[in-house]
Design a protein around this ligand. Structure first.
Ligand SMILES: [Zn+2]
Length: 230
């Protein structure tokens, strides 16, 4: 807690090692960022995402493209940083991760067809609990890099769900099924659905299923990190 307070008071200090940041560095110094374990290519991330979903649910759900920037390991520096983003109100960090992910997507290509960016929503009560939705901040950053509109109003949570942490893949799927509501006017579009970390893909699968039922034509996925089985 002390270091996060320090970071809020002195934002030019690395969140992890507390060294002074150099110009151009945001939140974490390059040495700490180097420990984050990025995917070598979008294709490698997409392949692992598809096989993660299949390994948990026995089948994939149709999506166009899937982008994840980092491999998420338990107890890693990345987990520490993402935890601060989610629970300690470091919302500018989410936007920064989103911007970087977006720049990577643009430089690797294949994003032209995407029409708008939609964050995975939190239930309004959970949003009050946490004060903000971290996926929305990441989506804001991506929208900025891709120069595409952010459309947070297209998807809402109609049901309060318990945290997915500690649940098995099947329990996660059951917990989240039918939790989303889609606004009118999405039929025929190509949306980019954004989450912070993908563990089994249950949340994205449920959100994607609601969007498809509402007539969305294509769904692509983006997350800062994809959990690696250890
Ligand atoms: Zn550092």
């Amino acid at each position: 807690m002390r270091e996060h307070l320090l970071h809020l008071l002195f934002p030019h200090v690395c969140l992890l090692c507390r060294k002074l940041l150099l110009p151009g560095e945001e939140h974490c110094c390059s040495a700490c960022r180097a420990q984050f374990d990025p995917f070598g290519s979008p294709q490698a991330a997409e392949e692992l995402l598809r096989s993660t979903i299949v390994s948990h649910f026995g089948e994939s759900f149709p999506f166009e493209r899937g982008w994840c920037r980092y491999q998420f390991h338990r107890k890693s520096p990345l987990q520490q940083v993402l935890h601060s983003m989610k629970y300690e109100g470091l919302f500018t960090l989410g936007k920064s991760f989103g911007r970087q992910l977006g720049e990577w997507m643009v430089s690797e290509g294949g994003v032209d067809d995407i029409e708008c960016i939609v964050p995975v929503p939190l239930h309004p009560l959970k949003k009050i609990e946490r004060s903000y939705n971290q996926s929305e901040k990441i989506a804001e950053g991506i929208a900025q890099s891709l120069r595409k509109p952010l459309r947070r109003e297209l998807l809402a949570r109609k049901r309060y769900t318990v945290s997915q942490t500690g649940l098995s893949a099947q329990e996660r799927k059951k917990n989240i099924e039918g939790a989303f509501q889609v606004a009118k006017g999405v039929a025929g579009r190509h949306l980019l659905l954004v989450d912070d970390v993908i563990t089994t893909g249950a949340t994205l699968a449920a959100a994607a299923s609601a969007l498809r039922q509402a007539g969305v034509k294509k769904i692509s996925l983006a997350a800062v990190a994809l959990a690696i089985k250890e």
